[in-house]
Ligand binder design. Structure first.
Ligand code: CP
Length: 354
């Protein structure tokens, strides 16, 4: 995988999974995101002349729109292919869609698809210099969410992940976010990661990822710093995984009553969209301990950082942080290297269908 994601020059070429990306690269992306988040003038010319295509074969609110905003803030041209109204409905294959969009000069494909391998498919078949970024495919992962959640942690709890205790609660089995969160947390040094869910919603063997599994909410959340709630993904449940959503809410839902018994400084996260009254009560979702809307806001800076990392001016990983990192937990106005310079030095594309 790293051969596909990371080029011979050590540079990120595609973002398909967090698994295998080292701590220096993850930290560099988070530092770069910090420099974007802290800017007063939001738009930068880093990707001027580049073309980003959003290819969303599944529904999305947050991911699609924040990718669009992020690409526009980097001055890229953005195309949102309306898949339902595209030639996909006439039977055009994924490969033919890729080659067609490539012929129009696409530099970066942002891919959401029900098939787990769709973003890899694009990465393997795209012309040299064109990149693929997974925006949630199949079940295994949502790498950019893993980064964004870590960015949000850092802003609140600093960069020392070794001290953090994190609980991931809910439908881990069907979640794209859970695995990316676990990979990112482990890579950044977190050692106390708990998965809290009914037996039917825990993937077999998840302990091998270095997490502790709990089937009781109260013991699972004892003394944790952060709880990440996951949506009950009814659309992906092919069997009878639960007796009822009411029962799930009773045993695993975060209510105001439950929150009051936990640490007063507990931070509440959720990748969205939320199921109100199922995994989380509406009042908790928008309460003072919730970071849910911050996660949405930070999605823009993190997406800018990832796109700049892939398409922007080459940068050595030992260049150091680009602005004061969030380890202090404070917002800063950072500088963004590469502004005013020619964006990117990618190899010339070779066109043709493989
Ligand atoms: N969390 C997430 O991916 O949200 P969307 O489905 O709205 O993009």
């Amino acid at each position: 995988m790293s051969g596909l994601q990371i080029g011979a020059d050590g540079r990120l070429r595609h973002l398909l999974t967090i698994d295998g990306l080292g701590k220096p690269l993850l930290t560099a992306i988070l530092d770069r995101a910090e420099s974007f988040a802290g800017r007063e003038r939001k738009k930068v010319p880093l990707l001027h002349g580049r073309t980003v295509v959003n290819l969303f074969f599944e529904a999305s609110t947050r991911t699609r729109t924040t990718f669009e905003i992020a690409a526009k803030r980097l001055s890229a041209d953005v195309i949102n292919l309306q898949v339902a109204a595209s030639s996909t409905s006439k039977g055009e294959t994924l490969l033919d869609t890729l080659k067609t969009m490539e012929a129009m000069g696409t530099d970066l494909f942002v891919v959401r698809h029900e098939a787990s391998g769709a973003a890899h498919f694009f990465a393997e078949r795209a012309a040299p210099g064109a990149a693929s970024l997974k925006a949630g495919t199949g079940r295994p992962g949502h790498p950019r969410k893993g980064l964004l959640d870590r960015f949000t942690f850092r802003r609140h709890r600093g960069a020392d992940f070794a001290k953090l205790k994190v609980a991931i609660v809910g439908d881990v089995l069907h979640s794209r976010v859970a695995r990316s969160d676990i990979h990112a947390l482990r890579t950044l040094g977190c050692r106390d990661i708990r998965v809290v869910a009914p037996r039917t919603l825990v993937p077999v063997g998840i302990e091998r990822m270095g997490v502790a599994v709990h089937h009781d909410f109260d013991t699972g959340l004892e003394n944790v710093d952060v709880v990440i709630l996951l949506r009950l993904q009814k659309e992906r449940m092919v069997g009878a995984f639960l007796p009822s959503t009411a029962e799930f809410h009773r045993d695993f839902g975060l209510t105001r009553a439950r929150l009051a018994k936990l640490r007063r400084d507990l931070l509440v996260m959720h990748p969205g969209p939320i199921n109100r009254g199922v995994e989380i009560e509406g009042e908790v979702a928008y309460g003072s301990q919730s970071l849910i809307l911050e996660q949405v806001e930070h999605g823009i800076a993190v997406r800018m950082a990832v796109m700049a990392e892939i398409l922007g001016e080459p940068r050595r990983l030992d260049d150091g942080p680009m602005s004061s990192p969030a380890s202090s937990g404070t917002r800063t106005t950072g500088t963004v290297p590469g502004i005013g310079t020619r964006a990117g030095s990618r190899p010339k594309r070779r066109r043709g269908v493989r």
